[in-house]
Write a protein that binds this ligand. Structure first.
Ligand code: CU
Length: 110
């Protein structure tokens, strides 16, 4: 039985790095209220760079409403937030940690 001949050209083609994919403009998604989750800051831990947030359902993480600790993408947020603040935010799972990637003050309801 003969060994199939693998062409070096084919191997090279398969090894080519994927062309960089330009991310579609998601400006609209960023501002969409639908993918932001309401929360209330319970604790700001500047030393550990963590936030405790009482949050609503996080659909992208398949997580029900609860109070839990998050890491933050931008530590500067910790200086602007305090316990009791109402926020809207987005979180993602990175490894075993949950990280807040977007956060903004929740518009006050009249
Ligand atoms: Cu949670």
């Amino acid at each position: 039985m003969k060994t199939p001949f693998l062409t070096p050209l084919l191997a090279a083609a398969l090894a080519l790095p994927a062309l960089a994919q330009q991310k579609a403009d998601d400006h609209g998604a960023h501002h969409g209220a639908a993918d932001m989750t309401a929360g209330e800051i319970r604790k700001v831990d500047k030393d550990a760079a963590k936030l405790t947030i009482k949050h609503g359902e996080l659909k992208n993480l398949d997580m029900p409403a609860m109070t839990m600790v998050f890491q933050v993408k931008d530590k500067a947020w910790l200086d602007k937030l305090k316990a009791g603040d109402k926020v809207r935010f987005k979180a993602e799972k990175e490894g075993s940690a949950y990280v807040v990637t977007v956060i903004e003050a929740q518009p006050k309801a009249d």
